[in-house]
Every structure is written in structure tokens, then in C-alpha cells.
Ligand binder design. Sequence first.
Ligand code: BTN
Length: 231
Amino acid sequence: MNWRIHHKKLTASTNLDAMSGSPGDVFTADFQFAGRGRLEHKWHSSEGENLMMSAVLSVKGIPAERAATIPLAVGLAVAEAFPAVDPMIKWPNDILANGRKLAGILCERHGENVIAGIGVNVNETSFPSEIALKATSLAILLSSRQSIDAVRDSILEKLASVYGEWRFGGLDALADRLSKRDFLKGKTISVIQTDDDSSPVEGLCGGIASDGSLLLDGAKIWAGEAHIAKF
Ligand code: BTN
């Protein structure tokens, strides 16, 4: 894939910028004043310290249930882009290293495309108090500042190959690699389902299924936020 990079110093959200793009366009920014996270959360990032990027991927001709699994493929590409810190994927798409959040992904469907929004903590070393114990960055993990452009390029290289495999073979083609990085698999977890009003459910996590759901005591969870209940 020949990516075309469009960089701005300041924007509301690179995911919003990407809505005007075509497959292969990549939108980046030094600062977002309305950065979006999953579940209506905001995504905060200090100016010029981190990667904020949105890549436009085509899902034309792919059935909706299959297209819905693309966030996991994007998560795998991000995780595999940093072998030095061996990241894990916490379903649906938090990227953790050393048990803390290194990157977040927000995929949004836009017509025949998916906007893959990726935020990576690159050089941030102090986080707001509410996430201070849960977040990390490449600079913290590797004990030195990193080039944001090099991080961008590593992710885009991986994304091109993982997207190609996913397009051809779906999540099945990535199952072994996903399973190796599945943070929740085999742990007792609690899940707040976001497509359902019921109270949190707890159980043994069987890992990520090839349809993109999370297996909890054999049942499928389609959307939600998971936490480790017991180690
Ligand atoms: C999350 O963990 O909640 C997902 C965070 C995704 C943040 C990225 S930063 C680049 C892109 N633009 C946005 O507004 N959000 C995503």
C-alpha cells in the first residue's frame, strides 16, 4: 500500500479529518483539541509528544459482520509494530505493554471505508492523575525519546501487510498471532457490556473468537469494556 501522509499541527480530531479521505490516505497531527476515544471518551495527548494518526482503509464488498472485525486487525498491526516492548492486545483494542496502556484505537465506519484512528503514547512521560497508574509510553519503556515519524512508519508498514491478510482471509488468518497477544485469555474477568443494560458479567475468558467477539465462560460478548477480576 502506498500511504499518503497529510500532517497538520493542530486539528480537532484526525478521525474527523480522515472522513474526507480515500483509501491509503493517512491523517496525522501534533495536537488534537477534540481527540476522540472509544465509548465517547476523550483522548488527551500533549502537543508534539505522541502519535495521533488516522488511516483510511477500504471495506468495500466485505460483509458487515466481517468488516466489524477490522479493529482487531488494526490492533494486531500496532502491537506487532513494536517488538522491542512486546505489546499485548486487551479486547477489543487497547494495546498494553508492561500491563499499562501504550496505545488506543478507535475505528469508525464511513461509507465503504473504515477510519482506523490510532493514538500511541510515544514521548509522554507524565500522565493526568486519573490514568497515571494505567498508562505508559515508548519513552518510558525504552528509557529514551523516540522518533514519532519512525513510529508512524513502523505501524503503517505493519498495517499494510496485516490489512492485506485480513482482507483476504479475515480474522482466521490472524488467529494464531492474535491469540499469542491476547491479554485477557485465561484470566477471570469482569465485562461491562456496552450493547446491553445488564450488570457486569464475570467469568473465565476464553479469548478472542474469530468473529471478533470475546468468549466469557463459552458465551460471546460483542461489545464492552473488560477488566481483570482476579489474577
Ligand atoms: C481509546 O483508547 O479510547 C481510543 C483512542 C483513539 C485515539 C486516536 S488519536 C488519533 C485518532 N483521532 C482521534 O480523535 N482518535 C484517534
